[in-house]
Design a protein around this ligand. Structure first.
Ligand code: ADP
Ligand code: MG
Length: 559
């Protein structure tokens, strides 16, 4: 028998979970069941491409078996199983090392269960169990192995006997404490309840032997108990249900069950499309940025099902990059089952679906913006940057798609506003949409260049992210109004009276300006009397397309 210690990080996380004060311990069952369901999916998926594997639906199920006298709860599945190595890598370490960092960065709000937010499902078993045993036999293997752990010290792995391919998880349920009735997790009604609540949509039967009573034969008032195997879940996938049968909670449960994210989504979109292409889809707009979102590791995509069968985990072709934060799934009967990745790229149906989805997401984001501004802003703080990148990297070709989703901080409103809002309150004589770039709102407020525009009473949009100005340059204009940086030479503001004064000043100070130019040499192109200054003695301005801020960024870029 080999005894091994958990990797350090796993140890800390385990500790955190077992000792956490979060109340929703019951979700351990959801986690174990969804792992079991994933394991069956994996066989299904394999069978699609490997002719030697046949998949007979009836052979695949999950079974939950409580045993009160032994105080054990067993969860078994007929899924793909795990080899010895897989037991070690999958259960001995935590795959997503970013989880811990995430927890530290984001103080968890009350009312969320921590596991749902972590997606480290398996370990949640230790919230209710003193000891966890996993017996598994992998598909195509003749050997079975037993993994066992009491949580704290590490785990052991040894060979064992098992007939069927699949996995069996045995939880030694903790004894009741004053605060927590762990032994309730051995009660039929409690288990049934939890399964219904979280796992009703699992596509394979979750079975349990339930106790029933019937009249004793030949008797009129004497009953006897007997057990019968029952399938607890309804198995209809959530996306095949009618929208009005479903509650917000159902959708959120699905989001957690699928580990789409750690947050509570700001919006779900349930599509049931029929016509040139039929498909069903459930999409989620997350509120928070996944910890790996702005890294190379992040992979966009939706789960792709063909008539209820998972054929791809992350189909990237279904989402444009600028909507890469969207989570969810698509199920279509019109896709062929044994479709390969290469074929998918050229699939006409898939392209249609992608286009459809893209438009739907936009419409829903706009309605979120109109109807639930706070939620939209919260979303925008997380993903606005991605939308701007979208405009920039597509060279403005997605202008129509994205421009109405943008928001910038406004000098007048002191909050985020849309371009539409800006343009709608522009005074008639105002020619341009003005913006000022800087590191922060506070820095921009102090910009001497902004004074003249502000003095005129014009609203200024504050660009505090380096992408802002680049994206706007791609947009060029909004509703035929061009964008203008407050630091540009010609602001398009009428200053006739000042012009004469300026000429005089210019002449009077010719020598001084020449001297300044000599001193500054190639740092500036020209030194001139300015008509835009109010309370500052001097400011920098630019000529041409590139603003001072953009120049700074460009100069900072490696060549
Ligand atoms: P996740 O499901 O998010 O990957 P978990 O902690 O729930 O994380 O599970 C870790 C891994 O252990 C899974 O990805 C899977 O490879 C493996 N695993 C867990 N339960 C089973 C099971 N019942 N059958 C096969 N593999 C399993
Ligand atoms: Mg899991």
């Amino acid at each position: 028998m080999e005894k091994k210690e958990f990797k350090a990080e796993s140890k800390r996380l385990l500790d955190l979970m077992i000792n956490s004060i979060y109340t929703h311990k019951e979700i351990f069952l959801r986690e174990l069941i969804s792992n079991a369901s994933d394991a069956i999916d994996k066989i299904y998926y394999k069978a699609l491409t490997d002719k030697s594997i046949s998949f007979n639906r009836d052979d695949y199920y999950i079974k939950v078996i409580p045993n009160k006298s032994e105080k054990t709860l067993r969860i078994l599945d007929t899924g793909i199983g795990m080899t010895k190595e897989e037991l070690e890598t999958n259960l001995g370490t935590i795959a997503k090392s970013g989880s811990l960092a995430f927890k530290n960065e984001n103080e968890m709000k009350d009312g969320y269960d921590i596991i749902g937010q972590f997606g480290v499902g398996f370990y949640s078993a230790f919230m209710v169990a003193d000891k966890v045993t996993v017996i598994s036999k992998a598909l195509g293997s003749t050997e079975a192995y037993k993994w066992e752990s009491d949580g704290a010290e590490g785990y052991t792995i040894e060979p064992c006997e098992k007939d069927m391919v699949g996995t069996e998880i045995i939880l030694k349920i903790k004894s009741n404490t004053e605060d927590e009735k762990y032994e309730d997790y051995l009660e039929e009604y409690r288990l049934k309840n939890i399964i219904k609540k979280y796992s009703d949509f699992i596509r394979y039967p979750i079975k349990m032997d339930v106790t029933r009573r019937k009249l004793k034969e030949g008797s009129e008032n004497e009953y006897e108990e007997y057990t019968e195997e029952e399938t607890i879940n309804s198995m209809v996938p959530i996306w095949k249900k009618n929208k009005n049968e479903l509650t917000e909670e159902d959708y959120n449960n699905f989001y957690f069950e699928k580990h789409y994210g750690f947050d509570k989504p700001v919006k779900h979109i349930h599509i049931s499309a029929e016509g040139t292409v039929s498909y069903k889809s459930i999409l989620f707009i997350p509120e928070k940025i996944p910890f790996d979102y702005y890294t190379k590791e992040y992979e966009k995509g939706l789960e792709l099902y063909s008539n209820g069968v998972l054929i791809m985990n992350k189909c990237g072709d279904l989402l444009p990059d600028y909507f890469s934060f969207v989570k969810g799934m698509v199920d279509s009967e019109d896709l062929s089952l044994n479709i390969s990745r290469e074929m998918l790229q050229h699939d006409r149906q898939l392209k249609l679906i992608a286009k459809n989805i893209k438009n739907k997401i936009k419409t829903e984001l706009i309605s979120l913006l109109k109807d639930e501004r706070e939620k939209y802003e919260s979303f925008y703080k997380s993903f606005g940057r991605q939308l701007k990148f979208g405009i920039y990297s597509d060279f403005g070709s997605e202008k129509e798609m994205l421009q109405d989703l943008l928001m910038f901080y406004s000098s007048k409103e002191k909050k985020l506003v849309t371009l539409e809002e800006y343009v709608s309150r522009m005074p008639e004589e105002q020619k341009y949409i003005y913006y000022a770039s800087g590191e922060s709102v506070e820095r921009i407020e102090k910009l001497p260049q902004a004074e003249l525009v502000a003095d005129k009473g014009y609203e200024i949009l504050y660009f505090t992210e380096d992408i802002d100005e680049f994206a706007i340059k791609m947009l060029m204009s909004y509703k035929e109004k061009e964008f203008k940086s407050v630091s540009s030479g010609d602001l398009g503001i009428n200053t006739q009276d000042d012009d004469k004064k300026n000429d005089v000043e210019e002449n009077e100070n010719k020598e001084l300006f020449q001297y300044m130019k000599d001193v500054l040499k190639d740092k500036v192109k020209d030194v001139r009397a300015s008509k835009r200054l109010k309370s500052h003695p001097v400011c920098l301005s630019n000529e041409g397309e590139i603003s001072i801020e953009m120049e700074k960024i460009l100069n900072a870029m490696p060549n």
